[in-house]
Ligand binder design. Structure first.
Ligand code: THU
Length: 129
């Protein structure tokens, strides 16, 4: 199985672990490190809505707090019709670690699209000028 298929499979599986009782919108994410390992995440909501954390950021934070900071690609599986692309906050968090990463998104009919982060967030904020 190539890395794209692995990420999609893991993102779909991880989506089952989403805690989304308020929106009902479950998202799974799977992040590939340069070592070939995969870190997963799912969205975790809260009754104080603004405390919700997206699937993508959970995956990144899990990896970073395990000492991994080099990422090759991220797979995302959302809910409903169409593709679930990362929100702006998640794009910024991804850009902190991986400016050249590709973002792979699967819909519920198993269609897959892939975009470069650079195309989705061409001017990420950075303290380094
Ligand atoms: N969500 C994600 O997990 N990732 C995104 O990129 C966009 C939105 C979650 C947050 C919330 O739990 C639900 O989707 C609806 O906004």
């Amino acid at each position: 199985m190539d890395h794209k298929q692995r990420l999609i499979k893991e993102a779909l599986t991880q989506r089952l672990n989403a805690y989304a009782p308020y929106s009902g919108f479950k998202v799974g994410a799977a992040l590939l490190t340069s070592k070939g390992e995969i870190y997963t995440g799912a969205n975790v909501e809260n009754s104080s809505y603004g405390l919700t954390v997206c699937a993508e950021r959970i995956a990144i934070f899990k990896a970073v707090t395990e000492g991994e900071t080099e990422f090759m690609a991220i797979g995302i599986a959302g809910s409903g019709e169409g593709y679930t692309f990362p929100c702006g906050a998640c794009l910024q968090v991804i850009a902190e670690f991986a400016k050249d990463i590709n973002i792979i998104v699967v819909d519920d009919s198993n269609n897959i699209v892939e975009y470069a982060l650079k195309d989705m967030l061409p001017q990420a904020f950075s303290l380094q000028k």
